[in-house]
Design a protein around this ligand. Structure first.
Ligand SMILES: Nc1nc2c(c(=O)[nH]1)N[C@H]1C(S)=C(S)[C@@H](COP(=O)(O)OP(=O)(O)OC[C@H]3O[C@@H](n4cnc5c(=O)[nH]c(N)nc54)[C@H](O)[C@@H]3O)O[C@H]1N2
Ligand SMILES: Nc1nc2c(c(=O)[nH]1)N[C@H]1C(S)=C(S)[C@@H](COP(=O)(O)OP(=O)(O)OC[C@H]3O[C@@H](n4cnc5c(=O)[nH]c(N)nc54)[C@H](O)[C@@H]3O)O[C@H]1N2
Ligand SMILES: [Mo]
Length: 677
């Protein structure tokens, strides 16, 4: 038995430190590293199945070439040399005939390892001049909304949150999506803190909280403004702090007059008493913090609503105290030298850009067409909206698709070439978190399985074949880690690769009260209650409630339900949905429906129901429960297509429409009908 250490690479805020047990050179157990200040020996239910992920039957082990029709699943094993030569030959021909924009890279955060997520790949596609991908599928709108207020994406160190006396989980299902935030909140609760959840779904976090506010989708901005109305009416604000730190307050105060409790009750589905109680407990508990989630911003008005919520801790002066304020993301604390990693200077000219959310439209409608798609770190056949269009695109015989994957995903099935990649236990990488503030480094724990090769290695080899001579295309992982760490930012002073190797994880220097003395990265240098930038982005200059394009205020007898499809407890986006032990625990794809709606439609518990709109239809099992409001449906999880009765997944129903700011996704602003199947 041998013990080694690693880091969980998945797209999750917790970025856990792993203890990995090996027997005869094989990984037999993955658990939490007790020494890591945030992980504290605890990891989620998913990661514990890592040995099955590494050694499971779904693992891609060799380069494979398609032999049958697209999507038939017929492939033959080929060598790396052959695979890389084929890519080079086909791309060179495409470039000669159509130019490099005929090629589209498609990736997201399959790994959060800095080097394998966005490094050599970016250099390669910059130099190639390929069509550029706007990577906005996850959190673009909310991140920009938060930045409208504070200018950058940082809050406080979550470890300091244990000092709080009130914690609001707003549009975040922390118990399932940010486990260690829930564990820290529990510590605060033991010291007397109260936990409140504001959500459209009585999820696990809501059931565990002290108080729960079940609101209508897309009504968060109205609720935040309604709370502000009461804080101002009662003078529960920190005048002195506000005077020094914010701009636009007067105009904001006038705007909140449009959000009296009666109106906010109508918009949110809450009672006036509930809104009054929420404002009171928020104002009078100190310190208080709001953990702002990703769920609430997957809407047409997600950027605006995040901005509105972000302003509440400024009104009460919550930032004055340790553990007070807000936490959206902390990516802004990691001062890596991204330019050195990604080398945007290699880009000549300005290739066209396409939004990753609109992959389906891109593959079926864009002219001149994309003729080759290179997918890595993502499973778009499952996760991207307008799934029918995505699949239609992937079926195109004239599209040369390469998928670099660890496992045989839905997307891999449609590829011309499938290339095997290493897992994080088989390659080295540097890890940041978008929530905690600890930098980590992991060495490989086992050799690569089969013939798998890491992202950095494959892009290095492709660069060589394409004749790219810039020395940066020969950089190793270690070279790139050093380049990333060579930054002038004070938070990273003294952090070297050598130290990281020695210590595995190093906390950044983060102020205890980061915004106590205001110096904000906004245009005005203050927290912006009124924002010029917002108007440039197409919003109103002051936060306001805007109805969803597809939501409760626009529903009709033809499309009466707003469908929410948040992450599943047992999967990480679509990752892990291939592990039998986890899919068994997860059961089958379900949809939660309010008892009144179910009764009206003659639907009972466990019925097969058809959820549909103009984009597609999906068969799900009904769960009749007051976990949702009337008119709202919740279908948790992005499953692989084989788990859905008719093969189409939840994203057959979601729109590739772009949200209010940041070109973000509107996964949860979707109207549907439901009927017994
Ligand atoms: N187990 C697990 N963990 C994960 C993931 C996973 O797939 N599985 N995915 C990871 C990724 S990539 C991300 S981005 C994060 C996301 O994690 P979170 O930040 O928790 O976001 P979601 O789970 O998308 O949504 C959170 C909650 O918002 C609710 N919601 C939807 N619409 C609204 C609304 O209009 N208002 C309010 N107040 N609430 C609303 C949803 O019902 C859900 O309960 O989780 C990460 N962690
Ligand atoms: N309906 C609905 N759809 C959603 C969401 C939702 O809540 N509801 N959530 C959205 C959100 S927030 C997000 S972030 C996206 C996430 O969408 P994706 O980024 O596509 O996430 P995953 O489904 O986890 O797919 C990641 C893939 O990367 C692969 N991978 C992991 N490590 C490596 C590596 O080192 N190299 C290579 N080449 N591949 C690797 C994994 O095997 C996995 O198949 O989904 C979005 N889609
Ligand atoms: Mo995400």
């Amino acid at each position: 038995m041998e013990i080694r250490y690693s880091v969980c690479p998945h797209d999750c805020p917790d970025a856990c430190a792993w203890k990995v047990e090996l027997e005869a050179g094989k990984v037999v157990r993955v658990s939490g590293d007790e020494a890591h200040p945030v992980t504290q020996g605890i990891i989620c239910a998913k990661a514990r199945y890592y040995p099955e992920r590494i050694y499971g039957p779904r693992r891609v082990l060799y380069p494979m070439r398609r032999t049958g029709p697209k999507g038939s699943g017929k492939f033959e094993r080929i060598g790396w040399d052959e695979a890389l030569s084929e890519i080079q030959a086909r791309w060179q021909k495409l470039i000669e005939t159509y130019g490099p924009e005929a090629i589209l890279p498609y990736s997201y955060a399959g790994t959060e390892g800095v080097i394998n997520k966005a490094g050599m790949d970016r250099r390669f596609f910059h130099r190639l001049g390929a069509t550029q991908l706007e990577r906005t599928i996850c959190s673009a709108a909310g991140s920009l909304g938060y930045k409208l207020a504070y200018g950058e994406l940082r809050g406080f160190d979550p470890l300091d949150g244990v000092e709080a006396k009130l914690i609001i989980f707003w549009g975040i299902n922390a118990l399932e999506t940010n486990l260690h935030q829930a564990l820290l909140a529990d510590k605060a609760r033991k010291k007397g803190a109260k936990i409140i959840v504001i959500d459209v779904h009585r999820n696990k976090t809501a059931r565990w909280a002290d108080d729960f506010y079940l609101i209508l989708p897309g009504s968060d901005g109205a609720l935040a403004l309604g709370i502000a109305y009461i804080l101002l009416r009662e003078q529960w604000i920190d005048r002195d702090w506000l005077e020094r730190n914010v701009v636009g307050l007067q105009a904001f105060v006038a705007e909140t007059k449009n959000y009296p409790p009666e109106k906010v009750a109508r918009l949110t589905g809450l009672t006036i008493e509930q809104i009054e109680a929420l404002a009171r407990v928020y104002a009078l508990s100190k310190p208080s913090f709001i953990r702002i989630g990703n769920g609430l911003q997957h809407h047409d008005n997600g950027g605006m609503n995040t901005w509105a919520i972000s302003l509440l801790p400024a009104l009460t002066g919550a930032w004055r105290e340790v553990g007070g304020g807000a936490l959206k993301f902390n990516s802004g604390y990691f001062p890596l030298n991204r330019d050195a990693l990604e080398r945007p200077d290699l880009l000549q000219g300005s290739p066209r850009q396409v939004n990753m959310i609109q992959l389906g439209r891109t593959l079926t409608e864009l002219t001149p067409p994309v003729r080759s798609l290179y997918v890595y770190n993502s499973n778009p056949a499952a996760v991207a909206p307008e799934q029918q269009l995505v699949l239609q695109g992937l079926q195109r015989e004239d599209l040369f698709t390469v998928v670099h994957e660890q496992v045989w995903t839905d997307t891999a099935r449609w590829a011309d070439l499938v290339l095997p990649t290493t897992t994080s236990l088989e390659h080295a990488d540097l890890y940041v978190s978008y929530w905690h503030t600890i930098l980590q480094w992991a060495e490989p724990v086992i050799p690569p399985l089969g013939e798998s090769r890491s992202n950095i290695r494959v892009f290095r080899e492709l660069a060589k074949r394409m004749g790219f001579s810039d020395p940066c295309f020969q950089d190793t992982t270690e070279d790139m880690a050093r380049q990333a760490l060579a930054t002038p930012y004070w938070q990273a002073q003294g952090i070297t690769l050598e130290r990281l190797r020695e210590e595995r994880f190093i906390p950044l220097q983060v102020a205890k009260r980061p915004f106590a003395v205001g110096k904000f990265a906004t245009p005005s240098g203050k927290i912006e209650f009124k924002s010029e930038r917002a108007t440039q982005l197409g919003l109103t200059a002051l936060p306001s409630h805007r109805p969803l394009q597809e939501g409760p205020e626009t529903s009709s007898p033809e499309l009466p339900f707003t469908l929410i499809s948040p992450p599943n407890h047992f999967f990480l986006n679509s990752t892990f949905a291939d592990i039998p032990a986890l899919t068994t625990k997860a059961g089958v794809p379900t949809v939660e429906i309010h008892p009144e709606d179910a009764a009206r439609l003659g639907i009972v518990q466990g019925d097969r129901v058809r959820v549909a709109n103009s984009r597609g239809q999906v068969c799900l099992r009904a769960v009749v429960d007051e976990s949702v409001l009337p008119g709202v449906l919740v279908a948790p999880g992005v499953w692989w297509s084989e788990f859905y009765d008719e093969g189409l997944g939840i994203n057959a129903l979601t729109s590739a429409r772009i949200g209010d700011i940041g070109q973000g996704a509107v996964f949860f602003s979707n109207l549907v009908t439901v009927s017994k199947a």
